[in-house]
Design a protein around this ligand. Structure first.
Ligand SMILES: Cc1cc2nc3c(=O)[nH]c(=O)nc-3n(C[C@H](O)[C@H](O)[C@H](O)COP(=O)(O)O)c2cc1C
Length: 168
């Protein structure tokens, strides 16, 4: 799928069905995350690939759809490695979401529900105390057709040359 099509097609899909995710696709998705820009190129992120059914089901207490897929990627951050760590993991996550979409899968950025009980989920994945378990991206197939949430119009958020100036 072409880049601009993937950007437009990406949507948060919360009702997911399990689908086979071959190693080759998984590596392309992870590589998209690895290639994300990061402040001073510190790359303060690591990824945990989760394929075991019992682990996916344990993580479903964060958000149910994790238990419905055959594969998920957890994004782990090391805040001591860069003061830009939050931005850096967001760039990595978005790169992976676009790759997931481009390869024909569906996903959703799971962070808010994960952080409600980060400590429990860190234990499930064996993430060290000093690191943060910030995001999980389940990889599946959309159970029903889902489109991207409505976005504000460009005209509403873009100014020209100076803040507040619309194009005349
Ligand atoms: C920082 C962040 C945290 C998010 N956390 C969750 C979450 O915990 N659960 C969830 O279902 N969606 C979560 N989302 C997805 C957003 O709800 C979603 O991107 C937004 O509603 C817009 O929909 P769209 O992705 O279809 O454009 C999160 C997105 C971001 C960027």
């Amino acid at each position: 799928m072409e880049l601009f099509e993937a950007i437009a097609q990406r949507a948060s899909v919360r009702q997911l069905e399990a689908v086979d995710v071959p190693e080759e696709d998984l590596k392309r998705i992870l590589d998209a995350g690895r290639r994300a820009p990061s402040g001073m190129n510190r790359q303060p992120f690591e990824f945990v690939v989760i394929r075991k059914r019992e682990t996916l089901q344990a993580l479903a207490s964060a958000q149910g759809c994790i238990g419905d897929v055959s594969c998920a990627i957890a994004v782990v951050a090391d805040p001591e490695r860069s003061r830009f760590w939050l931005e850096d993991i967001a760039a990595a996550a978005e790169n992976m979401l676009l790759a997931i979409t481009a390869l024909g899968y569906a996903s959703v950025w799971i962070e808010g529900t994960l952080l409600r009980d980060e400590e429990t989920h860190k234990r499930t994945l064996g993430v060290p105390e000093n690191l943060r378990l910030m995001i999980i991206l389940p990889i599946g197939k959309a159970a029903a057709r889902v489109t991207q949430a409505a976005k504000r119009a460009l005209e509403e958020m873009v100014y020209w040359e100076r803040w507040g100036e619309r194009r005349g």
